[in-house]
Design a protein around this ligand. Structure first.
Ligand code: FES
Length: 896
């Protein structure tokens, strides 16, 4: 810390902090119109002038030197600052300073005694209202450059620039045209930092930013889109969302957000929102009251049990619901129905992570926090496109790279980080295991391994060494298509780094051998001793949905109870039975694909689908729909009449993440609170209330009257969560699991003393490369890969209802120019994608992002039918679908 004296008051600030921090620590407020704590200082507006050791300086750019003497509150300095603000304001039109103005500029003017009459500029520079979320009023721009720096330094998009000279200087998209056609990805950073309202969010509360003082009443919650876990402050006016602001003290997002969390809340008030239960009658789904819907469900569940026993009932819980809701769903199935037939959509994304990481290290989560990963000097990013799918993490990774970390990207596509990579490996889809073995081969043969770690903390080296003899770079080049020299270069970067870290995504898991892919990746960290040692930051999955980690943590899985104790283990069951007071069925239940198969075979009498649009997101969607149509009772909790809801017998209207209470667990095992900012519409209820109500209709009180009670009960069942409670999270904000003790911090970094395996060692896996389930051939010569686009989320039910649709309105099929020529396709042309399972209709987009022989599309537009094309091949260990490899052919739309 550095000691400084400000107007006679001794203060301490962190080393390297600017004088501005010292002045604020002394309780003196200064205008600082070009400064934002999230950004590098510019020192251009001169509104923060102070005298330090006799010299007039800008406090924002002058470091606080030890022992410095600072004057800040003298009349002379106040006058200087007032003059600086007045010069700026006098060039602005009068609307810049209304009496009740709540911008940072308005606040600064009030603090230095400048009234609205000073704003007397002519204006006339016009507006840019082309973008649905970001409006530019050029007349209010003071050219402070905060937006430009936010876009470059925090978001890493470099979409904005300052143009013009002198007083005419104004912010503009770097591409020159309308904002909506620029490179802007609508993270909202520019809106959030703008001190004047020149860049603002249109809507009920324009100009609302985290810089507004005093801040309006806000609800702190956790984002319900991807698994990053951004902390958000929600401003509601008259029970409608007025703005969603990124929390500056958010442990993961640190004052940043993305186009989804920040802006995509328009769906809440969509006229298509379900507001009352629907029951299938003579004329299809018809509105009914809750009592009638619940009675029908209870009758159907009893009939299913009578006909086929408890195992004739199954539930798909939701990675979008809270932990407490997931806890209650699995409790309902085990306690009320008497079956372990409960699963969640981690089956379709990261179940191989859970299986692979558990086998390698002992626990089913990432090994380190992202704060650790960010300290890495070499990032290996595999099968992930965080710039689009996890934008806040993508931005943090890019920042780290721009500050000097080396980067290896392994992905078939030229994903967002690839242009910044030292080496971009582009393996053919389905060859990850061979790629990892090739890297491991180089680590071993070049002595880039940690012998001591391998001797004392790892197992399986002889077996792996034997296997790796078959994976020299030349052979791996043949298997994967990655040049041997690139493979060697990547291995040397990872192998020679002091603190390497691995981050990966669904490009690793969604394969026929996805679990093997995770284990082969884990091998690299083990060989390097880069896990559990502080000499590297392990292996870290980027979770897709907001609470996919938590849904599994809570035991919404067919083989484990809350906290991952096996249902086959009598001691685990005994602990649950003590808490629940009823026997727990010992036989593992059905996985999601097995549920559909059982339904098609006539063995399933009832299926409850909670918040998952399985007809849109699950593979081989035609067969999924058939399963739902055959099952006698399908109940669906939904926000909208989704594809799945259309096949249901009862549809229950439910609350969204902005309307409910509970917790989520993010991708680095952080529990964070979720709080309702507005009430659900009409008669919609939370999933939590829905599960309790169905239990009651079945004659059982599930206990846990509140979400806090549910987490408390879960904490009694599992040592991993024993130290967690809503009260603690309200106090501390975020706590990582494992957290066995209420009085001690959660374990953010795992395995510093021992691994959680039976022998305490990390386990290398000698798993051979095996071919994918789908292979291109003469009839289906291309490989289709699916994934996410930046503006949308999953089946798109939330992001297609609002401004995001304007940002990305078309369901594209990305295709390489060589293939476009080969198949006679033009950019923008409708195209059919045909596989052995079905066909989809998309719009061709020609570009170099995909490799020749591959096409890429999202699954955000169910009407296109992409998941009618994907196969039912699945990971041999966990049944995770092989979404990343489907053999297809193309045909002009209308052809066969
Ligand atoms: Fe210090 Fe602008 S805030 S010069």
């Amino acid at each position: 810390m550095t000691g400084v004296e400000v107007d006679g008051v001794a203060v301490e600030v962190p080393e390297g902090a600017p004088l501005l921090a010292a002045v604020r620590a002394a309780g003196i407020e200064l205008p600082a119109l070009c400064q934002d704590d999230r950004l590098s200082p510019a020192g251009s507006c001169r509104t923060c002038l102070v005298r330090a050791d006799g010299r007039i300086v800008a406090a924002c750019v002058t470091p606080a030197a030890p022992g410095a003497t600072v004057e800040a509150a003298t009349d002379g300095l106040r006058a200087l600052r007032r003059d600086a603000v007045e010069v700026i304001v006098s060039a602005l039109p009068s609307r810049a300073l209304t009496e009740d103005g709540r911008t940072e500029l308005a606040h600064a003017c009030r603090s230095v005694g400048i009234g609205p009459e000073v704003a007397a500029g002519a204006g006339g520079r016009g507006e840019d209202t082309s973008h649905p979320y970001v409006h530019l009023d050029r007349d209010l721009c003071i050219a402070c450059g905060r937006c430009v720096r936010m876009c470059a330094e925090v978001q890493g998009t470099f979409a904005l620039t300052l143009t013009g000279r002198g007083a005419e200087t104004v912010v503009a998209p770097g591409t020159g045209g309308p904002w909506v056609e620029s490179d802007c990805v609508a993270c909202g950073g520019c809106v959030d930092t703008c001190p004047t309202g020149a860049i603002s969010e249109p809507g009920p509360a324009p100009g609302l930013t985290t810089a507004v003082r005093p801040a309006p009443p806000m609800t702190r919650t956790t984002c319900g889109y991807c698994g990053v876990g951004c902390a958000l402050d929600v401003v509601a006016e008259e029970d409608r969302i007025a703005a969603v602001l990124p929390a500056r003290d958010g442990p993961v997002n640190r004052g940043h957000a993305c186009v989804k969390g920040r802006f995509a809340h328009g769906y809440l008030t969509s006229p298509e929102r379900l507001t009352q239960p629907l029951l299938r009658g003579e004329h299809g789904l018809e509105p009914v009251g809750w009592d009638e819907a619940l009675a029908h469900i209870a009758r159907g569940l009893r009939a299913a049990i009578r006909a086929g026993g408890p195992d004739a009932v199954a539930a798909i819980s939701s990675a979008r619901s809270t932990n407490e809701e997931n806890y209650l769903v699995q409790k309902f199935m085990r306690v009320v129905i008497g079956t372990n037939n409960v699963d969640n959509c981690s089956r379709l994304c990261h179940s191989p992570s859970a299986a692979g990481l558990t086998a390698s290290f002992g626990l089913p989560g990432g090994t380190d926090t992202f704060d650790d990963v960010e300290r890495s000097d070499c990032l290996l990013v595999v099968g992930a496109n965080p710039v689009e799918a996890h934008p806040v993490i993508g931005a943090r990774l890019l920042r780290r790279v721009l500050r000097g970390a080396r980067l290896v990207v392994a992905d078939p596509r030229a994903v967002g980080l690839a242009p910044h990579a030292d080496v971009h490996l582009r393996p053919r889809p389905g060859t990850n295991v061979a790629l990892c073995h090739g890297l491991a081969h180089v680590l071993l043969t070049e002595g880039l391994v940690d012998d001591e770690f391998l001797r004392h903390r790892a197992a399986g080296l002889p077996e792996l060494t034997g296997l790796l003899a078959d994976y020299p770079p030349d052979r791996v080049a043949d298997l994967t298509g990655v040049p041997a020299a690139d493979l060697v270069a990547a291995a040397r970067l990872y192998g020679r780094a002091e603190r390497p870290a691995i981050v990966y995504g669904l490009g690793v898991t969604e394969h026929l051998h996805g679990t093997d892919g995770v284990r082969a990746l884990a091998n690299l960290a083990i060989l390097r001793g880069a896990v559990g040692t502080g000499r590297g930051f392990g292996v870290n999955p980027l979770r897709g949905q907001n609470n996919v980690q938590g849904a599994s943590d809570m035991g919404a899985l067919p083989d484990v109870l809350p906290g991952y104790g096996k249902v086959t283990d009598p001691a685990v069951r005994a602990r649950a039975e003590e808490v629940w007071g009823v026997p727990v069925p010992p036989r593992p239940g059905l996985r999601i694909p097995e549920m559909f198969a059982a339904a098609r075979a006539g063995r399933l009498g009832a299926l409850w689908v909670i918040g998952e649009d399985v007809c849109a997101t699950d593979p081989d969607a035609n067969r999924v729909a058939r399963a739902l149509d055959i099952c006698p009772l399908v109940v669906c909790d939904e926000l909208f009449l989704s594809e799945t809801a259309r096949h249901a017998d009862v549809v229950l209207p439910v609350a969204s993440w902005l309307e409910k209470d509970g917790t989520f667990v993010n991708f680095d095992r952080r529990f964070q609170r979720v709080r309702p900012a507005v009430a659900p519409p009409g008669r919609a209820r939370t999933d939590f209330d829905t599960v309790r109500a169905v239990a009651e209709a079945m004659g059982t009180d599930l206990g846990c009257p509140t979400p806090a009670d549910a987490l408390a009960e879960c904490a009694r069942m599992s040592p991993h969560f024993a130290g967690l409670s809503h009260r603690r999270l309200d106090r501390e904000g975020a706590v990582c699991w494992p957290c066995p003790d209420p009085d001690r911090p959660g374990q953010a970094t795992l395995y510093r003393e021992r691994f959680a395996t039976a022998d305490g060692r990390a386990h290398l896996a000698a798993v051979p490369h095996l071919p994918p389930g789908e292979q291109p051939d003469g009839d289906y010569p291309l490989v289709m890969v699916t994934g996410r686009r930046w503006a949308h989320y999953n089946s798109g039910s939330m992001t297609r209802r609002g401004g995001n649709l304007a940002l990305d309105p078309v369901d594209h099929l990305d295709i390489h120019p060589d293939d476009a020529v080969r198949y006679g396709l033009r950019d923008g042309e409708p195209v059919q994608v045909i596989s052995r399972y079905g066909r989809a209709r998309l719009i061709a987009r020609i570009g170099g992002e995909t490799a020749p022989g591959q096409v890429f599309c999202s699954f955000h537009f169910p009407a296109s039918g992409v998941n009618r094309v994907t196969s039912d091949h699945a990971d041999t260990v966990t049944s995770c679908p092989e979404y990343k490899v489907t053999a297809v052919r193309l045909a002009a739309d209308g052809a066969g």
